[in-house]
Write a protein that binds this ligand. Structure first.
Ligand code: 5GP
Length: 179
């Protein structure tokens, strides 16, 4: 893999398709072990989660349902700290159900916390969190991320659903910014 440019920045190859495949498969197995006897609802956080959730579902062997929400906290390569809810989830869909929040990446945790609080108020049976990528150095919250694909350094990444100002989501592997 070669370095690439997206808008005004250069990115280095960081995680190969194979590494991502293994991480996604592990997360699906771990989640299944916990929810084998249930029919959980996976709530994907759009737009970044598209590739992760579709690959995750292919590896999830049990009965499950799917829903989406849309949140926005990033502009360019850094978090704004303010989380906007662009698309909500009707309460009757999640009431008394096991919910797993599916995030492409958890950085400061602002988005996750906002979504967690929103779902907590909808009388769910249980609430868990799964993230493909987790940046431990950037994380500022107390909430436990229950299922993590890979922990990565606090550097901006693109590809596999993750964008830089709208571009890069269609890259099949993940690239890290050159600083
Ligand atoms: P947080 O609210 O945890 O700071 O950030 C969560 C959201 O910010 C993610 O769902 C994702 O949309 C975006 N984000 C955080 N880190 C990165 C990154 O390294 N690359 C990209 N492309 N988006 C990121």
């Amino acid at each position: 893999m070669q370095e690439i440019s997206v808008h005004d920045k250069i990115f280095y190859p960081f995680l190969s398709e194979e590494e991502i495949y293994k991480a996604v498969k592990n997360v699906a197995q771990e989640v299944y072990e916990k929810f084998t006897d249930d029919v959980p609802i996976f709530v994907g956080v759009l737009n970044g989660v598209v590739m992760f959730i579709s690959d995750f579902l292919k590896h999830y062997p049990g009965d499950c349902e799917l829903a989406f929400v849309q949140m926005q906290s990033y502009q360019g390569t850094s978090s704004t700290g303010e989380v906007k809810k662009l698309m909500d989830l009707p309460s009757h869909l999640v009431e008394n159900r096991h919910i797993i929040i599916m995030e492409d990446i958890v950085d400061t945790g602002n988005t996750l916390e906002a979504l967690y609080q929103m779902l907590e108020n909808k009388n769910v049976k249980s609430l868990s969190i799964a993230a493909l990528l987790f940046k431990p150095e950037a994380y500022q919250k107390e909430l436990k991320v229950d299922f993590i694909g890979l922990s990565i350094p606090d550097k901006f990444v693109v590809g596999y659903g993750l964008d830089y100002n709208g571009l890069g989501r269609n890259l099949p592997s993940i690239y890290q910014v050159k600083e």
